[in-house]
Structures are given as structure tokens and as C-alpha cells.
Design a protein. Structure first.
Length: 411
């Protein structure tokens, strides 16, 4: 407990120290300090029950969104409070219409947990995937609030399963139920005496299926791609672009490229444009281009947030970023549109990537040379390309249904 509280304190101190120099840290510090303001702007109705959903960041929110919306539909009497740990979630979804209040979650201290419960007064609490905060979970348990974790996934190297992990195992006992993604998680939890567990699957499959069904047309992108094959690069980091740019510079077949960076930094995008030997344009500047400039462009940089999921509908292939760094971003958003997938080597923590590689729908690459060979082969072999894309699309279709399994517990 002492070490846990010390780590929370030191993390809070660190983000305050770097806040003047780092935008994300600055937003987090300010957001936590003002977490009560959304409740003042739109006070909760004391006569109606409250369901609290917590997501670490944007990815976890999108993963949990089908459950939030299913709960809203099934329980219209409830008010919904949505909290985020990270600015990358809050800043994008602070106006999410599916929640009555959206705010930051204060740091996990005993005092903050007491204050939070006094303001929110939840009858139910839902934590999406990885969120395990001791003081909040203990406060919910002591208050008798039904507390559920869903889309959770566990691995044997986590603290819960270490001989010295008793403190972390205690956190799991505070959940009334844990809905997990795979059988391995069920086995791990039952191996340490956690029996309130159900194999439900991953709600991300439900979310990406929703996105595919409700995709929006983007006329500017449709005009850009024309009839050429298209590579969509989703959530690109600098390490990904270091592999992609040399590939694009040497690839001499007709190919339109749409690049959506993970974060929008104009100077970084400008630097990437200068390294490319192919003409490139910004989505924000399309209206300012002449017809010839637009027609000549082979690479389109998406300099905004929120379009990526609809961009995949225009793709022939997809490169998913992040796996040349800490880990792969969401590859299911592209898979649901039936695109063969490419990504870097750091994908082993993502079951869907492991599955798709094993089944032949996704292709990990170590270098520009790897990428050139694999893309070149699939570019020339349409039947192989179509088989890989079909594997991806069928994989998503086969795994939908987690939301229904979770929501059936509310009946």
C-alpha cells in the first residue's frame, strides 16, 4: 500500500513538473484540477440513478462504446458519467452525446475516491479493459456499488500472478464480475481464486463492425484515390514513417497513399513531406489546390483527428502504426473493411494481430525491405490479396457479440 501510494504521488509530481513543457501533461494537470466543472455545468438529477464508465484513453473508450450505448438503450432511466485518465481520450470525446457528464478522473488517492463517489453517487461502475485503481475500487466495494470490468485481458507476467502480487490480487476481489476477452484470462484468474469471471470476448469487434456499417463517405478522399490501388497508413509514428518513406520512394507502381498520423504535429508532417519523392498534399489544403496539383498528388496527409475509421473504406492495403515502437494500434478498424494488414514487429501483446498473422491476413515486417517484398507480392497477386483481405473481414465477423454477452447480465 505504501509503495502504491508513493507511486501515485510521484507520478502526479512528475506530470506537474513536465507540464510547462509538455502539452499532454499540461492538459492532464488542468483537467484533473477542474474535474468538478462538468458536474456544475450540467448537474446530475439526484432522483435518477447513475452508471459510471471509466476509460483510460480514446482506444479504451471506443472499445467500451458499444457497451455504454447498449446500457443507455436498455436503461434510459440511468444517467451516465464517463471519465478518462488521458487527455487523448477526453479532448477527443469530451462532447460525447452518449454520456450526461464527461470529465477527467482525479488521481487514485483515498481522498479523491471519497470526493468522487460523493459527487457521482454511482449505482453501477464499469471499468474498461486495463483500469485497476485501488482506492476507487475499494471505495466502490465498501459503498456496495456493483462494479464490473469488461473487455479485460490478463497475461501471466502481470503483477496479479506473481508470488509477491497479493496487493494487486486484492484489487480483483473488489469487482462483482470480470468479463474477459479470452480463455487464457479465465484460466489465469481462476488459478488465483478469482471465480467471478466470464469469457465474453472483445467489444472492439462490435465497435468496428458498427463503424463499418455506419461509415461516412469522404468525397475529397474518393476523388483523390480515383481508380488506383490505395495504401492507408493508420496511426503513424515517426518510427513507422522511417520504414514507410524509403518504401514509398522506391515503389514504382501506381499507388495512392493516405497517411493518418497518430498525433498531428504540422512540423513533423512537413518534414515527412520533404523526405518523400512523390508529390503530397494536406487534407486541410485540398480546397486551395489547383486541379493539376490535386491530380499530381500521390500522398495525402490527414492533418486532423477523427477520420481514420472511415478512411479504410478506400483502401486496398493498410499499414497500422505503433508496432515499431511500444505496440500496435487498432488493426481491427482496417480488418473489418477486408484489407490485408502490415505492421511492425512489436505486436505480440495483441491477440487479434497474433491471430491474423497466423491465419494469413496480416503481415509483420522488420524493415523497409520486408515491406517492399510483401506489398510487392500482394500488389501483383490479386487472388492472394483478396484471400488475405477476406481472412481479416471474416475474423471480425466471427468475433462480434461480446456486447450482447455483457449486456445480458443486466437483464
Amino acid at each position: 500500500m505504501l509503495l502504491y501510494n508513493l507511486s501515485i504521488f510521484l507520478y502526479g509530481l512528475a506530470i506537474r513538473l513536465v507540464a510547462p513543457f509538455n502539452r499532454k501533461a499540461r492538459l492532464l494537470v488542468a483537467g484533473r484540477a477542474r474535474w468538478r466543472e462538468p458536474f456544475a455545468l450540467k448537474p446530475l438529477d439526484l432522483a435518477r440513478p447513475v452508471a459510471w464508465f471509466h476509460a483510460a484513453s480514446l482506444g479504451e473508450f471506443e472499445q467500451g462504446r458499444p457497451v455504454i450505448e447498449a446500457f443507455r438503450q436498455q436503461h434510459p432511466d440511468y444517467q451516465i458519467v464517463l471519465s478518462f485518465f488521458s487527455p487523448s481520450g477526453y479532448e477527443v470525446r469530451k462532447n460525447y452525446a452518449g454520456a450526461d457528464v464527461v470529465t477527467y478522473l482525479p488521481a487514485d488517492t483515498a481522498a479523491n475516491a471519497r470526493d468522487w463517489l460523493a459527487v457521482v453517487r454511482p449505482q453501477k461502475a464499469f471499468f474498461i479493459k486495463y483500469e485497476f485503481w485501488y482506492h476507487y475500487l475499494r471505495a466502490l466495494h465498501e459503498a456496495g456499488v456493483e462494479t464490473i470490468s469488461f473487455s479485460a485481458i490478463f497475461r501471466s507476467n502481470q503483477f496479479f500472478f506473481k508470488p509477491w502480487g497479493g496487493f494487486y490480487r486484492k484489487l480483483l476481489t473488489y469487482f462483482n464480475h470480470i468479463f474477459v476477452q479470452n480463455q487464457a484470462s479465465v484460466d489465469l484468474l481462476r488459478g488465483i481464486g478469482i471465480t467471478q469471471v466470464t469469457l465474453a470476448g472483445d467489444t472492439r469487434f462490435d465497435r468496428v463492425a458498427q463503424v463499418a456499417a455506419g461509415k461516412r463517405a469522404i468525397p475529397e478522399v474518393a476523388r483523390f484515390v480515383g481508380n488506383d490501388p490505395v495504401l492507408v497508413v493508420g496511426s503513424a509514428w515517426a518510427a513507422d514513417m522511417a520504414v514507410l518513406i524509403p518504401f514509398l520512394n522506391r515503389f514504382n507502381q501506381p499507388l495512392r497513399v493516405i497517411i493518418a498520423p497518430h498525433e498531428i504535429h504540422p512540423d513533423q508532417i512537413s518534414g515527412w513531406q520533404s523526405q518523400l519523392r512523390k508529390p503530397s498534399i494536406l487534407f486541410s489544403a485540398i480546397d486551395q489546390l489547383t486541379d493539376s496539383q490535386f491530380a499530381d498528388a500521390q500522398c495525402l496527409f490527414i492533418d486532423n483527428i477523427g477520420m481514420l475509421t472511415s478512411l479504410y473504406q478506400y483502401g486496398t492495403f493498410a499499414f497500422i502504426g505503433g508496432a515499431f515502437g511500444k505496440g500496435l494500434h487498432n488493426c481491427l478498424e482496417a480488418a473489418t473493411f477486408g484489407l490485408p494488414l502490415f505492421f511492425g514487429p512489436n505486436y505480440q501483446k495483441f491477440q487479434e494481430a497474433i491471430d491474423l498473422v497466423a491465419q494469413g491476413g496480416a503481415f509483420p515486417v522488420q524493415s523497409t525491405t520486408d515491406l517492399s517484398l510483401i506489398v510487392g507480392d500482394l500488389y501483383k497477386d490479386a487472388p492472394a490479396r483478396e484471400r488475405a483481405g477476406a481472412i481479416c473481414q471474416q475474423y471480425v465477423a466471427h468475433n462480434v457479440g461480446a456486447t450482447e454477452k455483457i449486456s445480458s447480465s443486466w437483464q
